[in-house]
Design a protein around this ligand. Structure first.
Ligand code: SF4
Length: 205
């Protein structure tokens, strides 16, 4: 598990691109939570599991042994939300999505930050209303920043760049690195984008 700051709850996902949990994985989740435990579902396609007191370490081991991915739920980058990859994982860029997820998920940031990936401009993972959104366009990957789907001022993300597959994880790593280093207290990513501006963010990439 990524060593970001711990909170009680654990984020639990299937490996990226797996659309189902197996029965044994769900049994492991039930075992981990205990008979009176809580398991929450989220719009971001992961489960939030609250381990019983004193069992956090054991629960993490049990869930990972079942083939699940486990992350702390503190201020960190959330697991990538991905579309249904309906046209096939190769055409829709599943390897790129996996590389992006591996590069940034769990990284500590001032406030939780959500990244979404869609394999075509239909945008089924809602990339334009996430902090950072990626849409595969032909052989390239369009990156949008500063979207927000909830709260008092929902808004559409702004186009930052169109990059090749190999550049995508590095660009997003640099964006979140800049946010981690320069965000003002309590500043969410969309407000950070507004303050520093697209040109500064492009230069960082
Ligand atoms: S974004 Fe495109 S590839 Fe992904 S599920 Fe929607 S239509 Fe299919």
């Amino acid at each position: 598990m990524h060593p970001s700051k711990s909170t009680d709850r654990l984020i639990v996902t299937a490996p990226l691109g797996h659309k189902v949990f197996t029965g044994s994985q769900l049994a492991a989740v039930a075992q981990a939570a205990g008979p009176d435990g809580r398991v929450e579902t989220t719009p971001q396609q992961y489960l939030l599991v609250t381990p019983p007191p004193g069992r956090r370490g054991a629960v993490i081991e049990e869930l990972e042994a079942a083939g699940l991915l486990v992350y702390a739920s503190g201020p960190a980058i959330r697991p990538l939300r991905v579309c249904g990859m309906c046209k096939g994982p190769v055409v829709e860029g599943l390897p790129a999505a996996r590389a992006l997820n591996a590069a940034v998920v769990g990284r500590p940031v001032p406030l939780p930050l959500k990244v979404a990936y869609s394999g075509c401009p239909n945008g089924c993972a809602e990339p334009l209303i996430h902090d950072i959104g990626v849409i595969k366009e032909g052989d390239g990957y369009a990156v949008y920043v500063g979207g927000r789907g909830s709260g008092q001022e929902p808004r559409v993300g702004r186009h930052l760049a169109l990059v090749a597959e190999g550049e995508l994880p590095r660009l997003v790593e640099r964006l979140v690195g800049l946010y981690a280093a320069e965000a003002l207290g309590g500043e969410r990513f969309p407000a950070f984008v507004d303050r520093v501006g697209l040109e500064r963010l492009r230069a960082a990439g």
